[in-house]
Structure formats: structure tokens, C-alpha cells
Design a protein around this ligand. Sequence first.
Ligand code: SF4
Length: 323
Amino acid sequence: MMIKPDTRTRVLAYVDDIDAHNYGAGRRARMFDNFLETLTAPVDAIRLLERSGITPDSPRPDLREARELQARIRYAAGFKRTPTALVVFGGNIKLDLAPVRSYGVTLAQASTSGVCNVCRWSTVGCRAGCVLQNGHGGRATVQRARIARTWLLYLHPVAFYAIMEHETAAAARTCERLGEPGVLRANVASDVPHERYTRALTASPWLLPYDYTKAPERQRPNVDGYALVRSIGEHHTTADIRRIALAGGRPVVIVDVSTKKADGAYIETMPPTFAGIPAIDGDLSDDHTKTPRGVVILLRGKGRPHVVAAMRSCGFMRAPVAA
Ligand code: SF4
């Protein structure tokens, strides 16, 4: 497999080099940040996966081997040389609003991993407002952890899916044992059509997958048992939103209403319709596995003033439309 050999070879060599030394965690983290700055040619993650030849039926490495590859990458990113979960339960404010057990896989959004773009269909507006946007002035630990997961997908896609499949099955078994159905958002900060490469996400009635996607339906079609909601970008018109909803889709629109809270609740309620289509308040729960088709999901634009201004000026965040 020869995909962007310059970058891939460099990244593999970097991981090997750090693994061969006994640097402290702080030094490894600083070196990682500095190395990231030199990565300037991220590839498209879907193209990478297609070229790798991975399918739901292609052989997977032994789980221990896959975890060893993950541990080496994490070590290079400044962490202990140990693997960690890809499929994470809890710890995400939005996902934790769901009334059921909620799991998520969080990569580094768009091209922030330096190696691959995991948001092929992202727009200027959504990248500006991405709630997982990296802060300036150094990368936080949580962001390095997301980048390390993304490096695993980039360097060793079959190892990534081996771990994801194992952990998804384990999460489903946990839900079954507890008698509590769960949900899995496999793209918390990415838009990778995992359903092309694994069947694990739809394998159990105890763990239901859902995702937000900006992909046109012809490029990421609906899949039975996988609730896909269609994120609306600044290029969509009101007529587009209405068409998607009336065709049985679940469009997600960022609307320009107050985000101020009182006692944890939003002050301003969402309008009951958008462009004449029934609408729901998507900020109340991130779980869309039961969201009916044909409704518009409304989210409030959030973030610091300059982020909100950027979303507003490009049209990503739009005013409610009554009819
Ligand atoms: S597609 Fe989603 S995850 Fe990617 S940059 Fe846009 S909002 Fe963030």
C-alpha cells in the first residue's frame, strides 16, 4: 500500500524513533506537537481506506498485536505506553445527555491530526464552529489522545477496526448483561462511513449506532439499523432542507437562537417547526436512534463570540424559518 509514502514513512519512522528512546512524558508531548507542525499534506481518510482494500471481511490482526500498535502511537504522543479504549463510555457532555448508555469514538476533527482528513464533506462554517475545535497555543492532552487514535486509523486501518470491532461487541454485551440498551456514535468528531468497512456497528440490537454526516445521501446512503442524520451546511438552501426532510431524512440545522442558560436549561425554546416541517430541540439529547424520519433537528450555535460570528457570517448558523 503506497499512500502518500512521504508522510506515512515519516510518521512511522517518528513513532519508531520515539519508541526507541526513553524520553519523559512532557518531552514526548512537546516533540509530538512540534512534529505535528511539520505535517502539511493530510490525505483524505476515505480515499486512504478505499486504497487500503479494507472490507468487513478482510483479515484483521490479532487483537494483542493491534493494541501494541496503538500503544506505540500513544507513547509517541506523550502518553504511557499502554493502549486505551477507542469506543469510550461516558465523559462527553453532549453524549451523556442521552437517556441510555452512550458510547462514542472521537477522532481529531477534519485535518487536525496532520495525517488525514476525517471530515471529507466538512465546510468552512462547520469547521469554524466545530465544538471539538482545537484551542490555540498548544495541544491539550485530550486533543493529543484524539490525534493518536486518528494516527492509528491512518497508519494501521485494520488494527483500528480490529479494536473497534472488539470494543463495540464488548459494549453491546455490557448493555445486554445490564438489560440497558445503549447507543454508539462512531463519529463524534469525524465523518467516516464506517459501515463500509465493518459490520460490527449494526451487529447487536443492544447497541444502536447513529451519526451526523454531511455526506450527500448518494455518497453515504442510509443503512438499515444505522441512524444517519444529515448535517446542513451553509451551501444548503431552505428548499434543500425541506426536500431532505420530506424525502424521509433527518436534517440537522444550526439555528441562531439564544444559547444562554439558567439553571442548566436553555432560556430560549426552539421553534416547533422549521420551514413548515416539524422540528425538535437537538440540544436536549444527542441520541437520534429513535428520532423519526422527516423532522428537522435544531441545534443552537455555540462557542465563543468570534466562533459564533464566523458561523453567522458564512451562513452556517441561520435564522429560524417559520414556513
Ligand atoms: S464535519 Fe463535523 S466533526 Fe468534522 S469539522 Fe465539521 S462539525 Fe466538526
